[in-house]
Design a protein around this ligand. Structure first.
Ligand SMILES: Nc1ncnc2c1ncn2[C@@H]1O[C@H](COP(=O)(O)OP(=O)(O)O)[C@@H](O)[C@H]1O
Ligand SMILES: [Mg+2]
Length: 193
């Protein structure tokens, strides 16, 4: 299963969600030896960095197509899809599950449209990140909904989770896991649908 996290815009939570998704999948013993992290943001490599302690395989490319169904491939992508390489475009087109985190602002809707254009379809799973429920956010949400996009969840900013994600040191402590529960439940919803 090729799981791709993308948005044309930077700072939307792509790497954050890719990392949480990896933790979520890795927490199921059935998935042991079935997860590979693909970090296509080759200049920043934040994803590789944040999952390095999990000792999972990390690659900086896409697997061969015939391997897609053999494992979970969690693919983090760089911003500026138009300027980046064919491999990112290919990931967006081939994704079995395309997750698009969006922090709603004036230009963020464009970022979503750019991903849909690249894919040639609107079957994206949008996660509204850093959600505060302001009027502007609600209007943008309505717009995305009316455009036919699938909004699968809303996340508010959780600094403690992000700090722990960045270090991963105390992830096993259970308490942090509870703090991340809201995020995890959104991610779990992805796998139910
Ligand atoms: N829901 C959230 N709660 C807390 N921190 C978040 C959340 N989403 C993103 N962040 C933090 O915001 C920053 C930017 O997110 P990041 O995932 O690096 O964005 P992108 O990969 O889209 O450029 C990071 O420090 C990340 O940990
Ligand atoms: Mg990133």
């Amino acid at each position: 299963m090729l799981i791709v996290i993308s948005n044309n815009k930077g700072g939307q939570g792509k790497t954050f969600l890719a990392t949480l998704l990896t933790l979520f999948l890795a927490s199921n013993p059935d998935n042991e030896d079935r997860i590979t992290c693909c970090d296509l943001d080759r200049s920043q490599r934040n994803f590789s960095d944040s999952v390095s302690k999990l000792k999972l395989p990390i690659i900086h490319n896409l697997p061969d197509k015939k391997e897609y169904n053999r494992r979970f491939w969690i693919v983090d992508t760089p911003p500026n899809i138009r300027e980046v390489t064919d491999v990112v475009r290919q990931a967006i087109i081939d994704a079995d599950l395309l997750v698009v985190p969006v922090i709603l602002s004036k230009y963020s809707v464009q970022g979503v449209n750019r991903v849909a254009e690249t894919r040639g379809a609107k079957d994206l799973r949008i996660i509204l990140n850093d959600w505060n429920g302001t009027l502007i956010e609600k209007k943008a949400e309505e717009y995305l909904h009316n455009e036919g996009f699938d909004i699968i969840g809303k996340l508010s900013r959780n600094r403690r989770v992000s700090r722990n994600i960045e270090s991963l040191d105390r992830w096993d402590a259970g308490l942090q896991r509870a703090q991340a529960q809201k995020i995890i439940s959104v991610l779990a919803g992805i796998f139910k649908s």
